[in-house]
Ligand binder design. Structure first.
Ligand code: CA2
Length: 143
């Protein structure tokens, strides 16, 4: 099974600022944690991070028939992007939404997620381990 892990804008800055919200570990630390767990769970992972909405859409489209599951943290595009929702719908790949923080307990504008209705599940407020839980949800769904 192959899982594509997509991170949106500013998640490459993890560990650099706002450690009170996102922790002090870096994006590279996140990728190693996911890689180690992917090996344990027997799945292949590919990582993609971009600050650009169109690049995220392109990557989702490229994954058509090449990926069995998507774990996505769209960052701030969670709350603005119909394009990401449409891209996910267009490829029809089982997807789990992840957030390091819990956007539902933060500012009002973070409460709306355009992709949430499409996703199998949303894992939020669990820090980096939320990505592992998301992979486990995809693996279970594929059984
Ligand atoms: O909690 C999450 O994972 C978010 O998707 C993170 C987004 C935010 O816009 C969402 O509402 C919730 C922001 C990612 C920004 O990451 C930073 C990392 C380091 C320093 C500053 C921001």
């Amino acid at each position: 099974m192959k899982i594509l892990v997509i991170n949106g804008p500013n998640l490459n800055m993890l560990g650099i600022r706002e450690p009170d919200i996102y922790g002090s570990a870096t994006y590279a630390d996140l990728c190693s944690l996911i890689s180690n767990n992917a090996e344990r769970l027997g799945v292949e992972v590919e990582f993609f991070q971009s600050n650009h909405e169109g690049a995220l859409v392109d990557k989702i489209q490229e994954s058509y028939k090449k990926t069995d599951g998507i774990v996505i943290n769209p960052g701030a595009y969670t709350h603005t992007s119909v394009a990401l929702l449409d891209a996910l719908k267009s490829v029809g790949i089982p997807t789990v939404e992840v957030h390091i923080s819990d956007p539902d307990t933060r500012e009002e504008f973070r409460k709306l997620s355009y992709i949430r209705p499409y996703c199998l599940a949303t894992v939020k407020g669990k820090g980096f381990p939320g990505y592992i839980e998301a992979m486990e949800i995809l693996i279970k769904a594929a059984e």
